[in-house]
Design a binder for this molecule. Sequence first.
Ligand SMILES: *Cc1c(COP(=O)(O)O)cnc(C)c1O
Length: 408
Amino acid sequence: MITLDQHPSGRHFLQIPGPSPVPDRILRAISLPTIDHRGPEFGALGRQVVAGMQRIFQTRHPVAIYPASGTGAWEAALVNTTSPGDAVLMYETGHFASLWHQMARRLGLEPELLALPGTDDETGLPRSWRHGVRADLIEERLRRDAAHRIRAVCVVHNETSTGVTSDIAAVRRAIDAAKHPALLIVDTISGLASADYRHDEWGVDVTVSGSQKGLMLPPGISFNALSPRALDASRTARHPRSYWAWDEIVEMSAGGYWPYTPNTNLLYGLAEAQEMLLGQGLPAVFARHRRWSAGVRAAVQAWGLPTQCADEALHSPVLTGVVTPRGVDADALRRTIHERFDLSLGTGLSKLKGRMFRIGHLGDCNDLTLVATLAGVEMGLQLAGVKTAGSGVAAAMRHFAETPAQAA
Ligand SMILES: *Cc1c(COP(=O)(O)O)cnc(C)c1O
């Protein structure tokens, strides 16, 4: 526990890609008194947040809201649509895709993990962790599954461990081109409400998301957006399930209630977040994140360091992965920056450990928070003795000054 006299002055810079900084408005909404979750006011709140999530997922179909972290909603997506022993096709874009694959194994599925082979010449890092999902590889694999054993294709939209996005509409086209009945299940836990996402238009069957990233809330709520085909599949899927079962939760939340106690105070926060996001309009929210991402990238380029994302078209609007020069331990750098400047950056996960760090640019940010964040990184690089090509802070300042924000 941090006691008062140890508390650093000013605001902590929480620039990890989730949990993201929570606006004061949302914290205040969460602090309101807890109400009866079976009472009449609650139904109105429940209906309001479900309708708001439909607008944010861009869907006309049901959205299940769980009092759980994102991992719970991953499990919900799998157990509602599959039976033990089913084959599922997954794609290794990074650490989160790998964890989801591990979960599928633990649930008794037979997951297959597609990946680009080998490592990258520039960084020595796995190629598959620097690029997005290759829809052509998915199509080719599905064409070979003449017996249609593969029940679902599971991909991550915004891979939080790398800062690479994937083209979800292209994955849907690949499934259709292969004339394969597999469901499309997508994780956009860190993309939703920051990166453009269209559940219905892109033909997604289940979208998985969570509260503590683009929705600017604390951790603790997660979501499954559904399609009519996903609901059909759930009626014959034989995986044992109870807490995660869509039937009860979808039926009850249509009236604004839950089969068990939902997280009342976080739902106040969700209603507030929806008002902020939908009030500004999703296109303005997406544009804001793209602009921040470009500004941070300008800084990384000026330092002369590679971004983890090697594909210009797929840079995440939510976070930027920065690869440190060989021999510079990215975790030691992060530690120095945290100790000296009270700034938290994301660590390099599993295969990227010590080789890169991640700068989050989502949640309650603005141009100046990001300039200050980049200043913390630049000072850290100097302290670590990294010879940078130029000032990233100056490059980001130029970018932000010369690129006006889209009018909201
Ligand atoms: C954060 C995250 C998860 C895990 O969610 P938890 O809330 O930590 O359970 C899964 N996938 C992606 C892409 C994430 O960013």
